[in-house]
Design a protein around this ligand. Sequence first.
Ligand code: FAD
Length: 288
Amino acid sequence: MKIVELFKTKKPVISFEIFPPKLDTPIESIFDALEQFKALKPDYISVTYGAGGSAKDRTIEIASKIKNEYSIESMAHLTCVGHSKEEIDKLLVSLHENNLENILALRGDPPIGQPDFDFSKNVFEYANELISHIRSKNDFCIAAAAYVEGHINSIRLKDDLVYLKQKVDSGVDFLVTQLFFENRNFYDFLDKTAAIGINCPITPGIMPVFKADQIKRIASLCGASIPAKLVLLMDKYGNNDEDMRKAGIEYASSQIRNLIDNGVDGIHLLTMNRPKSSKEILQNAGLL
Ligand code: FAD
């Protein structure tokens, strides 16, 4: 099923994001978690694409298992950085052959160790070009990334929004946002996107804070700001893993409750492959 159809019948659409196990870990290590995620009845599960395509076969294999064995709708992330057109087309064929109908189409970050990577040498320089290409060839439901606080490389937020509109117009069915910790920023973003005529569903991405260090690292990579109330929690509980986990779960749950109260299209939970904590968040948020 195309996920965009879900947004027409359900609010909020609940989705989980998982990542494939590292290449030196057996792929089976994710299957136990998937069993537990299944019991939480998400509307769909998305599977990330390893930086530079390092785990691309695993992305498709896991997305296929979710869809074809667990009978849960799935979405494969796909980045075009470093890929030739032929490689992208091969991946699209593979997705199609695996009965996968949903793609989160991304440009991707610079390959590891190449912070000055020149994207203009890419076949597809920006995600909108990849999206136009997918649209011209296949009948996929296409999602794209959106940045509530602006993409980290954007010099002006205004330009980021212009490029987002261009991306949506190239054939996007719905948007999934980068993680954020302050809902007010998301509501502001919704006002701005509506003002420039972006009308597709926009699902907020929520990442629970399980470890203070981990969240500082992720926030510094993606540019999400950490509000004072979260800094206080990390100062208070950061030295105790279980206390930090519980505080992070409560923070994410209250973010989600507030988002639902404000009528969001969906909730995209970045599960970090942790079914137990994901279950607690859904329970706290009244979604189970
Ligand atoms: P784009 O939309 O191409 O934007 C990239 C930058 O270029 C932005 O600054 C934008 O403002 C600018 N820009 C866009 N169009 C133009 C233009 N025409 N002219 C000039 N500038 C332009 N990465 C992974 O490696 N694997 C994943 O699985 C993955 N999943 C993600 C899931 C979500 C929900 C999100 C939000 C991000 C994810 N990422 C993932 C990270 C993503 O790959 C990076 O943020 C990447 O740097 C940008 O990808 P994009 O598709 O948003 O790029």
